[in-house]
Design a protein around this ligand. Sequence first.
Ligand code: SAJ
Length: 426
Amino acid sequence: LKVCMVGLGYIGLPTAAVIARSGASVLGIDVDPRVVETVNSGKVHIEEIDLDGLVSGVVARGLLRASTQIAPADVFVIAVPTPFGPNHEPDIGYVLEAAATIAPVLKAGDTVILESTSPIGTTEKVAALLADRRADLAIPGHCSGTADVAIAYCPERVLPGRILVELIDNDRVIGGITPRCARKALHFYRRFVRGACVTTTARAAEMTKLTENAFRDVNIAFANELSVVADTMGIDVWEVIRLANRHPRVNILSPGPGVGGHCIAVDPWFLVHADPENSRLIRTAREVNDAKIAHTIARAEALAEAVPGAPIACLGLAFKANIDDFRESPALKVALHLAKRFGDRVRIVEPYAARLPQAFEGTGAQLIDLDTALETCPAFVVLVDHDIFRSVPLDERADKHVHDARGIWPDQPKAAASTPRLRVAG
Ligand code: SAJ
């Protein structure tokens, strides 16, 4: 079986490597020649547990090769970004570009699968584009009778940090332009997926993906809203959540400095955009989670003012624990704001960064290690729940002033005093 993966990013590369391990011959396409070169030398350009060993193995066995040029294959998988524009409108330009790249080499019997998170109706647009470019082929949805190719939507659902495990173990939702398309795609996923593969329509599968991430966003927004209310009331939100979660039907998630990453902070907008009038809860959740960043900034500023002139340590820049991904990171936004305001007083501890991101240039902020921070900084803003930060025992931080946005330093005696009736503009 010949497979062509279009897009070798956070999802495309691990997926290509897992497919190659199943014995298929995989060609990975990327527009960036550096990515192509890195993969062909058996290396990886992204950090993900166990990915380096897997990629070097399948490249050495000749099962995975990368190129900037498309080639004929039996199955084409599209895993390119779907960003949003200035008004949160989804941009499917890269998906359509990928489909246009595939069109000239497509032949009867092939399968085209879109994995990118996409607004509802995108797979149909891919089919329309292929029908337009390839009048010689019978494209599903654009022909009567049996189609020459199968077109399906199968969203990725993997969690960064667990990608290789979840690619295999998670259930997959496979939506076909027609039921026959879905069955053809299902046959392909069975090669490497151990979880259940469930078929549906392309539109339902597109909405399912958006729904999963909007569900998580709404639930995190509930926790974040509670944390602000508790702060106003001078109550420890972590204790309230622990106690409430003792109820058999209550399971509240963790508040944080906001919601980051390229999925949960983005995808709910695709649903809002589809039907703005009827998606008020989803929109509000997005707004609540974004406003939590401003709240964290206000609390961190108050902390800095409590230790005039002294160094302030910001723990973490990543968008979540134990990864090196800083995209859409609320921690980074808070730390950058503090660096711009307090300059060389700001010390950043981020074990997953070799140097500070470019945005910090000229602010005077420095990257230091955790031990140095504990020795030299009287004030701490905890922004990411990396395991290494959790491991600091109480006696090493007892005399510190702390704003802990992640709730990982329990029983902190000098937790930044709550500011009753604190109001933060969203
Ligand atoms: N967060 C909280 N509190 C929580 C949980 C998360 O503040 O209780 C924050 C994190 O710190 C982070 C953000 O939310 O900033 C998102 O983190 P996450 O771990 O919830 O999710 P992602 O973005 O790493 O991955 C999500 C997953 N979706 C769901 O769990 C429904 C993953 O399965 C998807 O494949 C991925 O989005 C994606 O690619 O869409």
